[in-house]
Design a protein around this ligand. Structure first.
Ligand SMILES: Nc1nc2c(ncn2[C@@H]2O[C@H](COP(=O)(O)OP(=O)(O)OP(=O)(O)O)[C@@H](O)[C@H]2O)c(=O)[nH]1
Ligand SMILES: [Zn+2]
Length: 206
């Protein structure tokens, strides 16, 4: 681990994902920045109710952006030998993520299906994989693509399909203010490009 960063690099500091949690900005500097943001939005960062808010925000990032510290290959390292040749599905996995445009939450469910080629995963690992990519700044299209591609790379099944349904706070609490709109995205890899395989999956996640 690099010990300290040169002062001049602070202004051009890379985002936390490139540094894997070793961001050169000190926590004190980030707390000060957050105090400035509280003042910018029109409140008083020195009033009692807001004194601890910057520290709380930083603590909440550990969960919300914890995905930058996780690698899909760590989550997917345990395989179970299995003779299963049939489709495996984990559906309606709840997730919370943060949109990279407005830093607003988007949340909903993700369903994952794969067609094993010789080995299967412990089923919890599919839900862990969702956490790896959801707990970052995201757009919904990239979220499903990253889940599908990491499964294809690591597990090497015949195919993978991921479907995500989510509500975006950035279109409900602000902007166009549509509270009921649900965004649906999918990533389709390998054998799931065949209509009958895809339909079997879609039937299973109904
Ligand atoms: N495709 C996609 N778009 C997203 C996602 N999350 C947020 N967005 C959209 O990203 C777009 C950013 O557009 P901009 O015009 O640059 O931002 P904006 O002026 O705040 O847009 P409005 O929300 O329309 O007010 C908006 O249309 C958002 O609704 C996502 O996961 N996928
Ligand atoms: Zn947004």
């Amino acid at each position: 681990m690099r010990k300290t960063a040169k002062k001049s690099s602070l202004r051009t500091a890379k985002p936390a994902n490139a540094q894997a949690g070793k961001h050169p900005l000190s926590e004190e500097k980030i707390l000060n920045n957050l105090r400035e943001i509280l003042a910018y939005i029109g409140d008083d960062p020195t009033r009692e109710g807001l004194l601890e808010t910057p520290a709380r925000i930083v603590r909440s990032w550990k969960k919300l952006f914890g995905g930058y510290q996780m690698k899909p290959q760590d989550v997917l390292k345990t395989f179970t030998e299995g003779s299963c040749e049939e489709m495996v599905v984990l559906k309606d996995i709840e997730f919370y993520s943060t949109c990279e445009h407005h830093l607003q939450p988007f949340f909903g469910t993700i369903s994952i299906g794969y067609l094993p080629k010789g080995r299967v995963l412990g089923i919890s690992k599919l839900a862990r994989l969702v956490e790896v990519f959801a707990r970052r700044l995201q757009i919904q299209e990239k979220l499903v693509a990253q889940i599908a591609d990491s499964l294809m790379d690591t597990l090497q099944p015949h195919g993978v399909m991921v479907v995500c349904k989510a509500k975006h706070m950035c279109i409900s609490s602000r902007g166009i203010e549509k509270h009921n709109a649900v965004m649906v995205t999918s990533a389709i890899r390998g054998a799931f490009k065949k209509m009958e395989v895809r339909n079997e999956f879609l039937e299973m996640i109904k």
